[in-house]
Design a protein around this ligand. Sequence first.
Ligand code: SAM
Ligand code: DTB
Ligand code: SF4
Length: 334
Amino acid sequence: MDATVGSERAAIRTDWTLDEVQALFAEAFSNLLYRAHGLHRCWFDPTEVQISTLLSIKTGACPEDCAYCPQSIRYNTGLEDEPLMHIDEVVKHARAAREKGATRFCMGAAYRSPKNKQLEQIAAMIAAVRDLGMETCATLGMLSIEQAERLKQAGLDYYNHNLDSSESYYRKIITTRRFQDRLDTLKAVRDAGLRVCCGGIIGMGETAHDRSELLHTLATMPEHPGSVPINQLVQIEGTPLHGTEPLDPIEFVRTIAVARILMPRSHVRLSAGRTEMSDEMQALCFFAGANSIFYGDKLLTTDNPDVSRDQALLARLGMRPEAAKMANDGKSRL
Ligand code: SAM
Ligand code: DTB
Ligand code: SF4
């Protein structure tokens, strides 16, 4: 499929070369944003933003050693561990998120990979959230094909599984699994017919080459992920990445713009890190092609901007929530 940007034919490509990606990053900022915004308009209404709300359904005590994560058992971050939440509690949170205007509800669990007993409990939660008329998303760690199929059968729409960094940088960030493990789970998720939500974290001390490599891997998957979360590292005391030199915000905006150009039909989510971003930086990210946010006062364990700050920001920018693809009435509640 393709669309027209001015006189430019904008095809959906999965054959980008790394050189092409690097050349996009090297563009003058104005040219890069002009092109990204033009493409954004071909596929989306630039005044709409997709709204997701996150809930941590199982918190902390994770055996993995991801250097950014407060939930790893290896770092002392003062986080209180919580076992798998009861289904009634999950539904209560989902209903509240829906009332505040969220159209997608994402359930996150600090697992390396879920056990089948846990998966069954989570399958019931997914079915219950879907009954509320919301899109469902889950992020539970590595999955086998059978587990992915079970989630699909329960009514799951999206599975979030991030690459997090370039393949080259991965081993500096995580030693308890391989980059290939991530790709294998993503294949199982695709093969089960689930939609893929896959992105990464920017600002972990990676090089510009790493950022190009990460976006290149995402944009050359057999199919572009439906959602591409771009997280800015939330620095947490006690994790190895605490104290990392913060990334130039302009470089972050460039990353959003390049993601938009490479994957024009995907929702690009301005994910973690918005609490530390100015309203002006977020406005630039939306102009560059970001069209999804996490909404609600909390991400998984860390703060997200207050709902009132987000409502004010969207109003100032003349933006409104995108209607749910499967919500009961499709009306915005913001
Ligand atoms: N355990 C599962 C996994 O790793 O796939 C699911 C939950 S994990 C917390 C989901 C994602 O949260 C990670 O892949 C990472 O992208 C993001 N994340 C975790 N800690 C973060 C931080 N401090 N800053 C930004 N993103 C973070
Ligand atoms: C994603 O890409 N970002 C979200 C979601 N997918 C699961 C998680 C952000 C977590 C930020 C740190 C925390 O709150 O624990
Ligand atoms: Fe565990 Fe996921 Fe955190 Fe890594 S990112 S430590 S796998 S919860």
